[in-house]
Design a protein around this ligand. Structure first.
Ligand code: CP
Ligand code: NVA
Length: 302
C-alpha cells in the first residue's frame, strides 16, 4: 500500500513528455534494453466486466515478465457480480495488491474505483476510453515512421467510440493531425472533441475519403462495441459507406498504414484485402499491447 499513487484512466492523465517517456520505455522494453524483474513480488488485480483477449493476456504476461503476478477477477466469480460496490472493492484490493487494471462499461465506475483505491488504477477500456490501446497504436506508428509524431496525419473512420475518443486525447497531447469521419449521430464525445480541437489540428467530417486524404495512418474499429450488440443491425445500416477498403486506402499517403485495435469484422468496418494486405500493421499493433502495457505497469507500479 502506498500513500501517493498515479493512475492511467485516460491518455490525458500524462502530459506530452510523460507520454513520450512511456513510449520510449515501451520501445526499450521491447528491444530488451530494459527488462528484468522490475516488479518483483508485486501483484496486479485485473477486473474484467467485459470480454477480452489482448488486454487480459498482455497485462497478465506483462506482469509475469516483469517478475510480478496478475489475478483475473470477473463478475461471475467475484462479489462485484453480486453488487459489491467499487468503493468497498477499491479499499479491500488496496490492502492486497499493488495495482488494479479494470475493464468495464461506465467510465464513472473506473473513476470511482480510482478515487477510493490507494494504489494505481489502469483503465483497460470503458465505454468512453481505451487509453492502453492507443499507447500501443502510437508505439506502432513510431516504429513505422520514426519517433516524431508531429507532422503525421491519422484518419479515424467509423464510430466515434472509446477508441476515437482516445485518439482525440492523444492528438491533444502529442500534436499530430487527426481527421475523423463519423456518420451523423455517431460523433465522438463532445467535450473530448472540443478539448482536442482547441489543442490540436483536429477535424470531423461525414466523408471518409476526405478524412483519409494523405493520411499516414488509417484506422477504424467495430461498428457495434461491447454492450451495443442489440444495436448491431441498425448500426450496420448507419455505417454503410464507412468501411475501410482498398479504394479508401488509395486516398492515404503512399506509405500510409492501416491499424485496428481488434477484434475486427472483415467485410464490415474493414475489407479482408486491407486488414490482411501489405499496408496492415494490425498484428504488430496487437503485439505492442504487451510492450506498452509493461511500460505503463513499470511506470505506475515500479
Ligand atoms: N484491442 C483490445 O482491447 O482487445 P481485447 O478486447 O481482446 O482485449
Ligand atoms: N470499441 C471496441 C473496442 C474493443 C477492443 C469495444 O469497446 O468493444
Amino acid at each position: 500500500m502506498t500513500s501517493t499513487k498515479r493512475d492511467f484512466l485516460a491518455v490525458t492523465d500524462f502530459d506530452r513528455d510523460g507520454l513520450l517517456h512511456l513510449l520510449e520505455r515501451a520501445r526499450r522494453l521491447k528491444s530488451g534494453e530494459e527488462g528484468g524483474p522490475l516488479l518483483a513480488g508485486k501483484s496486479l488485480a485485473m477486473i474484467f466486466r467485459k470480454s477480452s483477449t489482448r488486454t487480459r493476456v498482455s497485462f497478465e504476461v506483462g506482469m509475469t515478465q516483469l517478475g510480478g503476478h496478475a489475478l483475473f477477477l470477473s463478475d461471475r466469480d467475484s462479489q462485484m457480480g453480486r453488487g459489491e460496490s467499487m468503493h468497498d472493492t477499491a479499499k479491500v484490493l488496496s490492502g492486497y495488491v499493488d495495482g488494479i487494471m479494470i475493464r468495464t462499461f461506465a467510465h464513472a465506475e473506473v473513476e470511482e474505483l480510482a478515487r477510493h483505491a490507494t494504489i494505481p488504477v489502469i483503465n483497460g477500456l470503458t465505454d468512453l476510453l481505451h487509453p492502453c490501446q492507443v499507447m500501443a497504436d502510437l508505439q506502432t506508428v513510431q516504429e513505422v515512421f520514426g519517433p516524431s509524431l508531429e507532422g503525421r496525419t491519422v484518419a479515424w473512420i467509423g464510430d466515434g467510440n472509446n477508441m476515437a475518443n482516445s485518439w482525440l486525447n492523444a492528438a491533444s497531447r502529442l500534436g499530430f493531425r487527426l481527421r475523423l469521419a463519423c456518420p451523423e449521430g455517431f460523433d465522438p464525445d463532445a467535450d473530448i472533441l472540443a478539448r482536442a480541437g482547441s489543442a490540436a489540428d483536429v477535424a470531423l467530417t461525414r466523408d471518409p475519403a476526405e478524412a483519409a486524404e494523405g493520411a499516414h495512418v488509417v484506422t477504424t474499429d467495430v461498428w457495434a462495441s461491447m454492450g451495443q450488440e442489440a444495436e448491431a443491425q441498425a448500426r450496420a445500416t448507419a455505417f454503410a459507406g464507412f468501411g475501410v477498403d482498398e479504394a479508401l486506402m488509395k486516398r492515404a499517403a503512399p506509405e500510409g498504414i492501416f491499424l485496428h485495435c481488434l477484434p475486427a469484422h472483415r467485410g464490415e468496418e474493414v475489407s479482408a484485402g486491407v486488414i490482411d494486405g501489405p499496408r496492415s500493421r494490425v498484428f504488430q499493433e496487437a503485439e505492442n499491447r504487451l510492450h506498452a502495457q509493461k511500460a505503463i505497469l513499470a511506470e505506475l507500479l515500479g
